[in-house]
Design a protein around this ligand. Structure first.
Ligand SMILES: Nc1nc2c(ncn2[C@@H]2O[C@H](COP(=O)(O)OP(=O)(O)OP(=O)(O)O)[C@@H](O)[C@H]2O)c(=O)[nH]1
Ligand SMILES: [Mg+2]
Ligand SMILES: [Zn+2]
Length: 333
C-alpha cells in the first residue's frame, strides 16, 4: 500500500492570490532555480524547499511568466523538503527576452534584478559590441543600472590600430557611461572591483554563450556548483551549457545575489518606441532637446546638435551607428 499523501500543514486559501495577503503560516522566500513545474525556493534565513505552484496562482498569471527565478514568493512548508508556492509578489523589475515562437510573449530571465552585468570576452568568442548596445538599451529602458564585464583578459593582445589592448580598444568607449570591469575568471583579475559592484545587490549576469559567465561566478564562489562548458575548437563558438537561470548567494553575505543565465543572443526590446531611443543612449542625452525639429530623429535633419556633436567627435561613432540602426528599425543581430 502506498504511504498516505502528506497533507499541507496549512489549509490552502481560496480567492485571488497575487497581491493579496500571504496565507497564515506561509514563509517568505526567493525562487533560485526552476525545473519545469518545480521551483527551488530559498526560504529567508532557512532551508531550500522544492516547491510546486498552487492552482490559484497558476490561473492568475500568464503561463510563460507564472513564476520565475528571482521572484519573491510565500511558501507553505509541506514537509520532506517540499513546499507549495501560495503567492507571488509583484515584480519590481524583470530582465527578459522573447520566447522563441511567439513574438509578443516575454520570457523572464530574472525577476527583480537590481542591476545587470553584461559579460563579453576579448576572444573566443569574439566580442559583439552592437549586441552589447542592444543589451544596454534594454537596461536603460527598464531603469536597470548596467555594467560591462570583459572576460578572458588573459587572451588580450595588441589591437590592429596600434593600441596595446584589444579589449580597451573595443570597450574603452563605454567607460564614460558605464562601469567596465576587465576580468579574467582564471586569474581573478578585476575581482576586487567586481565584488564591490556586486555587494548587497541582486545582479543578473548575462551575455553570449561561451564568454565565461559560469566560470566567473564559479571563481567568485568556488563552493557553488555551476556548469562550465568547453569551447568547441572547430567552430570557436561557446558550447551552450547553462540551460536555466540559477540564482546564488555569495557566501558570507546574505544580501548579495548573482544570477548565472543561459547564453543569450538577444534580449527583448519590446515596447521601446523609436522616438524614445535617443534618450536610452547616455552619450546622446546631453545634446537632446535643442534640435530645430521637435521630432528630430538626428539621422538627417538640419539644425541638429546631436549630429553636430557626432561630427565634432563628442559622440562615439560606433554608438551612434547602433542608435541609428535601431532608429531605422534594423535588427542589430
Ligand atoms: N582563457 C580563458 N578562458 C576562459 C575564461 N573564463 C572562462 N573560460 C573558458 O570559456 C569556456 C566557456 O566558459 P563558460 O563559463 O561555460 O561560459 P558561459 O558564458 O557560462 O557559457 P553558456 O553557459 O553557454 O552561456 C570554458 O572553456 C572556460 O574554461 C578566462 O578568463 N580565460
Ligand atoms: Mg554558463
Ligand atoms: Zn536632432
Amino acid at each position: 500500500m502506498p504511504p498516505p499523501r502528506r497533507r499541507p500543514a496549512v489549509k490552502p486559501s481560496a480567492g485571488p492570490v497575487t497581491g493579496s495577503l500571504p496565507p497564515p503560516g506561509s514563509l517568505p522566500g526567493t525562487v533560485i532555480r526552476a525545473y519545469g513545474k518545480f521551483f527551488e525556493t530559498a526560504i529567508d534565513g532557512g532551508p531550500s524547499l522544492l516547491s510546486t505552484v498552487r492552482g490559484s496562482v497558476r490561473r492568475e498569471r500568464l503561463r510563460t511568466d507564472l513564476v520565475a527565478v528571482g521572484d519573491r514568493v510565500w511558501v507553505t512548508d509541506v514537509g520532506e523538503g517540499e513546499g507549495q508556492i501560495e503567492l507571488v509578489e509583484p515584480r519590481r523589475s524583470t530582465l527578459g527576452r522573447l520566447a522563441r515562437h511567439t513574438s509578443d510573449v516575454e520570457q523572464v530571465i530574472l525577476a527583480n534584478p537590481d542591476q545587470a552585468l553584461f559579460l563579453f570576452s576579448v576572444r573566443d568568442p569574439e566580442p559583439h559590441p552592437r549586441m552589447l548596445d542592444r543589451f544596454l538599451v534594454l537596461a536603460e529602458s527598464r531603469n536597470l543600472p548596467a555594467a560591462i564585464g570583459v572576460n578572458k583578459m588573459d587572451l588580450d593582445g595588441p589591437a590592429g590600430s596600434g593600441s596595446p589592448s584589444l579589449a580597451r580598444s573595443i570597450f574603452g568607449v563605454y567607460e564614460t557611461s558605464y562601469p567596465v570591469f576587465y576580468l579574467c575568471a582564471r586569474t581573478g583579475l578585476g575581482f576586487d572591483d567586481l565584488r564591490g559592484y556586486l555587494r548587497g545587490r541582486i545582479t543578473a549576469v548575462t551575455g553570449p554563450s561561451g564568454v565565461g559567465k559560469s566560470s566567473l561566478l564559479n571563481s567568485l564562489d568556488p563552493e557553488g556548483l555551476r556548469d562550465v562548458g568547453v569551447i568547441s575548437d572547430a567552430t570557436g563558438k561557446g558550447r551552450h551549457t547553462t540551460t536555466a537561470t540559477i540564482l546564488r548567494r555569495i557566501p558570507g553575505d546574505d544580501a548579495t545575489w548573482v544570477a548565472d543565465t543561459p547564453g543569450i543572443r538577444a534580449l527583448s526590446l519590446l515596447g521601446i518606441s523609436p522616438d524614445s531611443l535617443d534618450a536610452l543612449f547616455p552619450e546622446l542625452r546631453p545634446f537632446l532637446g535643442a534640435c530645430f525639429y521637435a521630432d528630430c530623429t538626428h539621422l538627417h535633419e538640419p539644425g541638429c546638435p546631436v549630429r553636430e556633436a557626432l561630427e565634432a567627435g563628442s559622440i562615439p561613432s560606433d554608438r551612434f551607428e547602433s542608435y541609428a540602426a535601431l532608429r531605422r528599425g534594423e535588427s542589430l543581430d
